[in-house]
Each structure stands twice: as structure tokens, then as C-alpha cells.
Design a protein around this ligand. Structure first.
Ligand SMILES: CC/C=C\CC(=O)SCCNC(=O)CCNC(=O)[C@H](O)C(C)(C)COP(=O)(O)OP(=O)(O)OC[C@H]1O[C@@H](n2cnc3c(N)ncnc32)[C@H](O)[C@@H]1OP(=O)(O)O
Length: 719
């Protein structure tokens, strides 16, 4: 919908009205077409201003319409008609002009933006390209290199940056619509030919072929298999090398391919999944919209190792007062220096003052007495964490929320150490904690909706995508990682190499294969956990490493590497070799290949040829199977929660939507059939046994992922 008013006698004001972001739905497009005709036909009207209601210009095409039959006037002719208008049309940009919204503004003859507005062409993040003329007009307006940057990254730019690019004509701190109306009155008699961007030549640097070659190579490297960034480069190249009409034809062809692609569906699903996780619920029925958070003004972080430092930085940067506690003097000094460095570097990047004065350091836990919320980030050891929680419970105000940055320990056991277990939740950050977007907010059986709501809100305030999950070993992310890692080790035992397994996973789109990732995280971390669990030790009768634990297949390969002090990058040796400790360049290690050969010989294992399909199916389907168990157990409320966790926390390729969306794309019956096949071949690997929920979904005709929650509800109600 759109509204028409006449202002100052001679300006026709068209206001887009489609909350929450004035997306270009069929009704809005129809409104613009009708009201432009009206403005052009009224003789008193000399110029037109287009704006959006509630301080938002336009969030682009209505993404919800993409899945269905498109109706209403198409965008391209609508924008052409605006550009061809005989009266000046001015876009008054407040809030945002994104995607089709910016393309609409590019069709206008002038653009006035509020100083706080942001603009961009984020279509690439939805698996598309700016297909309403944006890929052809933007390079003509701001030049090829800047247009390539904006279109291939989809980044939002500030009004100030947009002005520098020449993307907007003026910025203002005042009422943008009023300024645009006055501007429109001033330009009433100006000729319009020079304002129609589609008529501009596309100014290219002299070495345009080299530029496109370099950009294409860099985009291919970072795209990890995504096709939209590549199509974006091709579309801009068309703008640089073809007349406008032919460029538009190329834009149309490229968009048609993207529009129906599985990647676009995955990315659009993921757009809504990110928003769905904010609407959290707990098995008790408590929900995001009925649970009010309590404001947090002052927070504390206990333990200033790698995680504690990152969490402190994230809190301080978001404006929280932080009490940062580290009991060891030497570590406190090191942490202070490291945190100050991180804050200074971050502030320099963002052009702001570093938030150094937000932090008070101390060695004494008593100094957290008056804070509203504590995040404990001491070493991952239950006995130590229990002690810290007992101390916190004695020291803090009774209303203080006590949170643990554990990556998988039982929240309930920690809650039991405190006076107010209902105020205890897990806040599982991912390293580096000031950079990684994901936060798992873990509720135990005693956690109150108030505590969950407060942790979720805190997560949002520090810029995290927060997902509420139930309490179990490893929560969602690390619980699903376990079968994935386990399969990777079994594949080595059966004949694969770390290089091959990693290559397959990286070709699938992971930023790093499982072995390179393990080398980066440090192999000793999991080893300590396995030792505490009584797994990483020789068989008590033979003294030999065992391949069977509690009746299940177990691979001691990782333990054997750790016994050799091969802890990964930090020791210069792990699944790969590195030039020196701390180096990041992984090289295949002949020692490891010999070690694997000897290991197989010792255990009478016959290496067989393992292909791409087997690596992918065994690693991914076992992980997905665990995802179904997590849904069945009610640890995650829906598949979106799992998918968001995997994309933001575990580098799952976003253009594949997340593991549960991927399973739906492959076909649930195929996933089930392959799991059955592998389980038959490996009956001592329970993680390959298909989960009953997966069977139920297949028996229900494999409904679309948006309908899984209904089946899950039924399955849970039968338990
Ligand atoms: C033919 C090709 C031509 C054009 C292609 C396009 O234009 S594609 C669309 C390009 N636009 C975008 O990618 C913008 C997407 N939206 C956003 O980035 C953010 O939503 C935005 C606008 C920056 C606002 O962020 P904020 O954090 O303030 O709110 P939130 O993200 O929670 O969104 C609020 C609700 O609005 C819904 N929504 C946002 N954008 C769109 C959209 N373009 N179409 C439909 N719906 C949109 C969003 O889903 C939220 O609703 P909810 O019910 O809460 O899920």
C-alpha cells in the first residue's frame, strides 16, 4: 500500500506503507504505479517525493512473496516509469533503503538521505542479485570497483559513505521528508536528462579485464561454493561492457537462474530462521513474548582466559560496565593488556573511542557483589565451576543472574550450588567470543523464563544471534559435533587420510575440514574431556589402546596423537604438520600417514577406497541424525535453531541452509535409507541408527521443514 498527499501546493508525496519495513509487496508496487500516474497527471504537481512511513524508506522486495506465485506490477517497468517521468522524482531515504528499495531510489532522479540511514544491495545474501536494474544502474552511478564491492558483499553502507560514493545527493540531520520536499521544489524546472542513471556511460578503469579477473578469483575463493556472488560479478561485468538494454537482459538471465536455485531457497529459509530463533520457547510453555527480561547495567566476568577476555570485550564494547576477575596476578596482567589491545583495535576499526573505562579489573571474587549478572568463564572443569558458583552465590545480590560459559557441562549441577537456581543459565560463547556471532543460551530444569529472557536480551545487546536450548551434554552444537568427529576418525581407520576428508568437507562448503578445525582448536581440549570420561586410556586388561568402549566402537586415534604431544597448530604438529608452533599453514605429514598405516596393521584393519559420497554421508548424516534426536528430546525447539547454530557457530555453509534444511533438500527418505545402510555395515556405531523422529517424518510423507514442528509436537506428546 502507498498513500498520496499533496504538500506545499506543488509536490506529490508518495508514502510507502507496509509495516514493518515497507517491503515492496504486490500491493505496495501497485500503489506506487497508481500514485505515480496520479502525480504525473495532476497539472498543479510539479515534482514528486517518495518516502516510507515510520522513518523507514524501504526494506526491498517482500521476501515472503518469493516462494509463491508473483502477482502485481513487476518492479523493473515500475522503476523505469519513475526514471522516465517528466517531473523530478526525489527519494527521501530514512532508516534503510535496501535491495529493491535502493533500486527504487536509483530510479528516482535525486536521493536525499538522513545521516543515520543505511543503504545497500543485500540480494547476494538471499542467493540473488540486484535484479531490478541495480546491477546496471549502480556501476553507472558510483563506478565499477565500488559497485562490485557493494553488490558482491551485500554490505549496508552509512549515509556518509553513500554520499562519498555519490550514491546519494545530500544528507541531512533534519526531517528528511521536509528537506526532500524543499529540494523537490527547487529542482522543479531543472532538466532531467542528466539525472537518468540508465543513460549514463559506465565509467571503467583502463584495466577492466584484469579487475574483473581478480575480483572473480577473490569472490570464488570466499564464496565456498555459493553461486550468487559469482553471478553478481557477471552482472556488473555486463554493465561495464554492454549497452544498458543488453546489460538488463543479462541481469534478467542471471537472476532467472538464481531465483529458482536451491541456494536461494536455502538462504531465504535462513533469513527467516535467524529471526525465528528470537521467538524462543521452553518445554514448560514459557515464551519470548510472555517472559520479560530484567535490565542488566553491570556485569562481571570470572576467569580471564581466552574466552573470558573475548566476553569482557564484547560486553564493554556494547556499553556495559564490567567487573573482570582473574585470581592469578600474572594472568590478570596479561589479560588486561590483551583486552586493552582488542578494545583499541576494535575501536580503531569502527572509528570510535575504545571502551577501556568500562572495565574494572580485580583478583577478588568479592568485587562482583553488586553486579546484575555474572558470566563465569573459568576452565572447563566441573569441580572448579561448582566451587565458583558456590562462591558467587554467597557473594552476589540474591537477584544476580549467574551464567556459565560452559561448552557442554550440566547446567543443573551448577544451579544446585546456588541459593537461587532459577537464576542460573548457560551462556555458551564461541571463540573468539568478541567476534563469533553465536550464543547458545542454555536453560536447565530449574532455570526461570526470566533468566532465559534476560540472557537472550543481553546476547542481542552485545550483537549475538542467541539461540535458547535445553540442557544436555554438549547442548546442541557440540552434541551434534560428536558423531561428526567420530565418523571422521572411523574413516581414517578404514583407509582415508585427513587431507581427503577435509577436502571433501571444504568442497561441500565448510570453511575448514574437520581435521584442520581440530588442529586449530587444539587436540588436547577433547583429550582432557575423554580422559575425564574414562575413555582416553588403555584397556585395563591388555594395556593396549582399545577400539571398543562400553560395547560401542571407539577410535583412540586422537588420544594417540595427544600422547605424542601433537596438539595441533599450537605445537606445530597434529593431523597435519606446520612450519612452526602457531603457524596456520597445514601441510600433509608423512609421519601421520605412516602412523595410520601402522595403526591399521596393528589392529588388522584393511584399508579400503573411500569416496566423496561416503565421507559426506557418514559425517553429515550422522550429525543430522543427532539433530533429529535433539529435536525429539526437546533440546532445540525447531530445526531453525539447529541450523542457525551450525551456520553461525560451526561454519556450515549458509547457502546450504544448515544441516536440517540440507537433510530436507536431500530428501528425508534418502537420509534415512543411507543411515540404515551404514548402520547395517557398522552395528557397533549407535549414532548411525536412524532416530525415531526421522522415521516418523518419513512415514508422514516427509513434510516441508516449516511443518516439522507439528510432527515433533505429536511425537513428544506420545512420549
Ligand atoms: C527481483 C529482485 C529485486 C529485489 C530483490 C530484493 O529486494 S531482495 C530483499 C532485499 N532486502 C533485504 O535483504 C533486507 C532484509 N531485511 C533486513 O536486512 C532486516 O530485516 C532490516 C530491514 C535491516 C531490519 O532489521 P531489524 O533487525 O530492524 O528487524 P528484523 O530483521 O527483525 O525484521 C523485522 C521484520 O521484518 C521482516 N522483514 C524484513 N525485511 C523483509 C523483507 N524484505 N521482506 C519481507 N519481510 C521482511 C522480518 O522477517 C521481520 O519479521 P518477522 O515476522 O519478525 O520475521
Amino acid at each position: 500500500m502507498a498513500q498520496y498527499t499533496r504538500v506545499s501546493g506543488s509536490v506529490g508525496l508518495i508514502t510507502l506503507q507496509s509495516p514493518p519495513v515497507n517491503a515492496l509487496s504486490a500491493a505496495v508496487r501497485q500503489g506506487i504505479v497508481d500514485l505515480m500516474q496520479r502525480a504525473l497527471s495532476e497539472p498543479e504537481v510539479k515534482s514528486v517525493v517518495i518516502c516510507g512511513q515510520n522513518g523507514i524508506f524501504c526494506g526491498g522486495a517482500d521476501i515472503k512473496e518469493f516462494g509463491g506465485q508473483m502477482s502485481g506490477p513487476p518492479l523493473i517497468p515500475m522503476i523505469h516509469a519513475i526514471e522516465a517521468a517528466s517531473k523530478p522524482v526525489v527519494a527521501a531515504i530514512e532508516g534503510i533503503a535496501l535491495g529493491g528499495g535502493l533500486e527504487l531510489a536509483l530510479g528516482c532522479h535525486y536521493r536525499i538521505a538522513h545521516s543515520k540511514a543505511k543503504v545497500g544491495l543485500p540480494e547476494v545474501t538471499l542467493g540473488l542479485l540486484p535484479g531490478a536494474g541495480g546491477s546496471q544502474r549502480l556501476p553507472r552511478l558510483i563506478g565499477v570497483p565500488a559497485a562490485l564491492d557493494l553488490i558482491t558483499t551485500g554490505r549496508h553502507v552509512t549515509a556518509a559513505e553513500a554520499l562519498k560514493f555519490g550514491l546519494v545527493d545530500q544528507i541531512t540531520d533534519h526531517n528528511t521528508v521536509n528537506v526532500a520536499v524543499k529540494f523537490a521544489q527547487r529542482v522543479t524546472d531543472q532538466p532531467l536528462d542528466a539525472r537518468r542513471i540508465s543513460t549514463y556511460p559506465c565509467l571503467c578503469p583502463p584495466d577492466v579485464d584484469v579487475l574483473f579477473e581478480e575480483v572473480m578469483q577473490s569472490v570464488r575463493r570466499t564464496a565456498r561454493g555459493a553461486i550468487a556472488p559469482i553471478a553478481c560479478v557477471q552482472a556488473v561485468r555486463a554493465a561495464a561492457t554492454l549497452p544498458y538494454n543488453q546489460g538488463m537482459e543479462r541481469e534478467r538471465e542471471l537472476l532467472a537462474t538464481l531465483f529458482t536455485s536451491g541456494q536461494a531457497h536455502a538462504l531465504q529459509y535462513f533469513f527467516f530462521a535467524q529471526r525465528a530463533v528470537g521467538r524462543w520457547s521452553m518445554p514448560s510453555g514459557a515464551r519470548w513474548d510472555t517472559s520479560k527480561p530484567r535490565p542488566v547495567h553491570k556485569a562481571a566476568v570470572i576467569g580471564l582466559g581466552t574466552m573470558g577476555r573475548g566476553i569482557t570485550v564484547a560486553l564493554a564494547q556494547a556499553g556495559f560496565s564490567v567487573v573482570a576477575v582473574e585470581t592469578q596476578e600474572k594472568q590478570l596482567m596479561e589479560a588486561k593488556q590483551a583486552i586493552s589491545g582488542m578494545l583499541e583495535r576494535g575501536a580503531k576499526r569502527r572509528g570510535v573511542a575504545p571502551a577501556l573505562d568500562k572495565i574494572n579489573y580485580g583478583r577478588n571474587i568479592q568485587s562482583v557483589a553488586d553486579v546484575d549478572l555474572v558470566i563465569e568463564a573459568v576452565f572447563e572443569d566441573m569441580a572448579l565451576k561448582k566451587k565458583v558458583f558456590q562462591q558467587l552465590s554467597a557473594v552476589c545480590k540474591p537477584s544476580t543472574f549467574l551464567c556459565s560459559n560452559t561448552s557442554g557441562l550440566d547446567i543443573d549441577q551448577l544451579a544446585c550450588q546456588t541459593r537461587n537456581p532459577e537464576l542460573v543459565v548457560g551462556m555458551h560463547f564461541f571463540a573468539p567470543a568478541h567476534v563469533m556471532k553465536l550464543l547458545e543460551v542454555v536453560y536447565g530444569p530449574k532455570s526461570s523464563p526470566l533468566a532465559v529472557a534476560t540472557a537472550m536480551q543481553l546476547g542481542k545487546k552485545i550483537g549475538k544471534v542467541s539461540v535458547a536450548v535445553g540442557n544436555c551434554r554438549g547442548f546442541v552444537g557440540n552434541r551434534m559435533l560428536k558423531p561428526y568427529l567420530e565418523q571422521a576418525l572411523f574413516l581414517l581407520e578404514e583407509g582415508a587420510t585427513p587431507e581427503f576428508v577435509d577436502q571433501v568437507l571444504e568442497e561441500f562448503g565448510f570453511a575448514m575440514g574437520v581435521f584442520r578445525m581440530s588442529d586449530l582448536s587444539g587436540l588436547d581440549v577433547g583429550w582432557k574431556v575423554r580422559m575425564a570420561d574414562g575413555l582416553a586410556m588403555p584397556d585395563s586388561t591388555t594395556g593396549q589402546p582399545t577400539r571398543l568402549r562400553q560395547g560401542r566402537r571407539y577410535s583412540p586415534l586422537g588420544d594417540l596423537l595427544c600422547e605424542q604431544r601433537r596438539f595441533g597448530q599450537k605445537t606445530g604438529r597434529g593431523w597435519y604438520q606446520y612450519d612452526k608452533p602457531g603457524s596456520q599453514v597445514a601441510k600433509p605429514d608423512p609421519w601421520l600417514h605412516r602412523f595410520l598405516d601402522e595403526y591399521r596393521a596393528r589392529h588388522a584393519l584393511v584399508a579400503h577406497r573411500i569416496d566423496h559420497q561416503e565421507v559426506l554421508e557418514r559425517c553429515l548424516y550422522s550429525m543430522i541424525n543427532e539433530g533429529f534426536r535433539i529435536l525429539e528430546d526437546g533440546i532445540a525447539a525447531g530445526p531453525e535453531d539447529i541450523d542457525v547454530i551450525y551456520v553461525f557457530g560451526y561454519s556450515w555453509p549458509r547457502h546450504r541452509g544448515g544441516p536440517m534444511f540440507y537433510a530436507a533438500t536431500v530428501g528425508l527418505n534418502k537420509v534415512l535409507e543411507r543411515l540404515e545402510h551404514y548402520y547395517q555395515a557398522h552395528p557397533d556405531v549407535p549414532s548411525l541408527q536412524p532416530c525415531p523422529l526421522l522415521r516418523k517424518l518419513v512415514a508422514s510423507g516427509s513434510p516441508p521443514i516449516q511443518k516439522w514442528r507439528e510432527v515433533i509436537k505429536k511425537v513428544r506428546s506420545q512420549l
